[in-house]
Design a protein around this ligand. Structure first.
Ligand code: UDP
Ligand code: MG
Length: 153
């Protein structure tokens, strides 16, 4: 089973979409195994968005990500990284497909509601970045036989 990291961005918090976003992941059958609220520091953002640090718009991304505290989730499931990324939709919300979180809830490239890990490798680094081992919980969903066949996990 994979774990992946989601950040519910200030755009979702200001617009009152937190419940809708979490509800989609829950209804899909992803298991919440970590959850916290924090104000991202400058250093956290520099590391998390290191691939964008040299872009002229990095400061506006940083300001946007620090506009409010964010909610950080660890979600677990078979192929969770790809599933959550697909549910999030393309970076540009105007091009993201309907049915995705960005496609349904937003109109912006920057103010696009969620961050989701883009690969297994980045999910491992991002989970470590935001959660200690003790903050990630191991518990068995009682509905497992109704989520997967027993040869899928
Ligand atoms: N971003 C932006 N303009 C760009 C590229 C990215 O404002 O041209 C912001 C946007 O909020 C995006 C985040 O920076 O979600 C991280 O960019 P990335 O390319 O990693 O996209 P993501 O993985 O979030 O789809
Ligand atoms: Mg990314």
């Amino acid at each position: 089973m994979q774990k992946t990291l989601v950040i519910i961005k200030p755009s979702a918090i200001q617009r009152g979409l937190v419940g809708d976003v979490i509800s989609r992941f829950e209804k899909k059958g992803l298991q919440i195994v970590g959850f916290k609220m924090m104000l991202l520091t400058d250093d956290m953002i520099k590391i998390h968005y290191s691939h964008l640090v040299d872009k002229p718009f990095f400061k506006r991304i940083k300001d946007s990500m620090q506009a409010t505290p964010v909610l950080i989730l660890a979600l677990k499931g078979v192929d969770a990284v790809e599933v959550v990324r697909n549910m999030s939709g393309s970076t540009n919300s105007r091009k993201a497909l309907s049915g995705t979180i960005r496609g349904d809830f937003s109109m912006s490239v920057q103010e696009n509601i969620v961050h989701a890990s883009d690969s297994v490798e980045s999910s491992l680094a991002e989970l470590k970045r935001f959660f200690t081992d003790e903050e990630l919980f191991d518990y068995s969903p009682l509905i497992m036989p109704h989520l997967y066949s027993n040869d899928e996990y």
